[in-house]
Design a binder for this molecule. Sequence first.
Ligand code: M6R
Length: 617
Amino acid sequence: MCGIVGYVGSREATPLLISGLRKLEYRGYDSAGLAVTGPGSGLASGSDPAPMQVVRCRGKLAGLEALVEREPPRGSVGIGHTRWATHGRPSEANAHPHRVGPIAVVHNGIIENYLALRARLEVAGRRFSSETDTEIVAHLIDEALGEGAKSLAEAVRVALRQVHGAYALAVVSEKHPGQIVAAKVASPLVIGLGRGETFLASDVPAFLEHTREVIFLDEGDIAEITADGAKLTDIEGKPIIRASKTITWDAAQAEKGGYPHFMLKEIHEQPRAIADTLRARLRLETSDADLEGFEVNVRSLRRVVLIACGTSYHAGLVGKFLIESASRVPCEVDLASEFRYRDPVVGPDDLIIAISQSGETADTLAAVKEARSRGSQVLAISNVVDSAIPRASQGALYTHAGPEIGVASTKCFTAQLAALALVAIHLGRRTGTLASDAAKRMVEELAGIPTKMAEALEALGDMKELAAQYRDARDFLFLGRGTNYPIALEGALKLKEISYIHAEGYAAGEMKHGPIALVDDGVPVVVLAPRGPGYEKVLSNLAEVRARNGHVIAVATKGDKQIGGLCDRVLTIPDAPPLLQPFLTVLPLQIMSYAIALAKGNDVDQPRNLAKSVTVE
Ligand code: M6R
């Protein structure tokens, strides 16, 4: 998730931008940069504008600081950026700001139609110096100015009328001193109102030490920001009046968006993470999915093998259902830590998909190398652009979840499901097994998932009361069938990882083959029972548990009147087709684990004995 900062006032902008970027470091980044322009510090506005200076580098902020120390950019107007790569690898050329003529732009988000816009601009004779979608916006603004736009804000409006996608943007121009123009669609931006100075940022902590008076930009807002405040319009230039608010959070709370922990923040970011992962890849018009140009030769495709560890492995188990159902291509799922040591039977006709949030997990990386040494084609699904696993693979489909800081993986799990659903649709359309009607239904259902997730999160609440009841349990069981069996495994993993309660996930039909012996009144059993083909069967498994005095917590479809009488608690989720239910059934399990860990006083974001990714042998 990129970080944006901006400043307009009478102080030197550079140190304020750097300190703002430092406060946004928690968002994760792989490169950083700033653009500073006039009027110069202490100069009255109206004096000759200082030429704009742009400084950028790959890597940490210390690198940027060293560069600006050597040659400090002077001026009291500036924008800064920390980049978390989505298009184009982390490099100085891809770092923001992107400069075109007098314009510099920083951007957070995804421009969906950037390929078409780039092609049009290239035909018009424009040359590009990066692989990013952001540079397109700088060209469009410069073009609009060249074609007579009367102000910088007007040029931004003209440019953005051509753009589809999600963006938070900040623009400065050396020909338009004393102002920043900002715009927002689907990515956060907030203005900080100081005395004779105005700040801009992706998130409040960037300027909290200078002001607590803020205006949160809303969808479609364009803001003309000067030292005296901000004028807001819509994309057509119609004025908008929006009252400011006073922030009462402290700096630490502000970093977590007002949530007490990163894990909870990340749980609530899931609707956005899924929407961003699907954006520009899910083709509603053709009922198809694009894999960032990665094409599979389905004629010679013998099978798909998914390899991963931990939570990513559970995403793979759901992926098997998605891929086999849509494409009828046989699919296996393997733990990377087993695959790599097993002399696996894979070859040139197998597509290997390596799933890793961090892109750095040592076992998954070794498994990728093993598969490639046997001639298999490898596609990586990762959340970190240019990390080791995508680099070692022939193709990469990135989840756009933004950095996941909590050790317990939540938003990256569901973003991996979204990426796997894209793979399934892509393969199904090419093998011809996903007919256009079925594809249309699947694409539409998938596009509606973020809204259903938001609805579920809203309805589930904080589960504090449930956590208080079960915090002292010694063991938990999680039961599910079909696509919800992997979710039972994931629920158990999440609970073990952060609450330190022993938990087992089982395929519900397996209970009678042994595990039922564990059930008594001291073992809470979470039963995943959404409406679908396995529903009646799950109800009989639930009855088996009840008959042995087990406490049953059911995850059920909203409106299910039957299940309430059969269990102790019901956690409801919106209806969805079985293949897509995991996006929803996992949500109550994530919140429950969080709430129980919190009730036990555990460090939720940094559980004992665990690191975010396991990169050493
Ligand atoms: O970065 P990766 O997806 O490769 O990490 C794999 C596992 O270490 C990871 O999913 C782990 O199981 C999670 N922290 C569980 O919440």
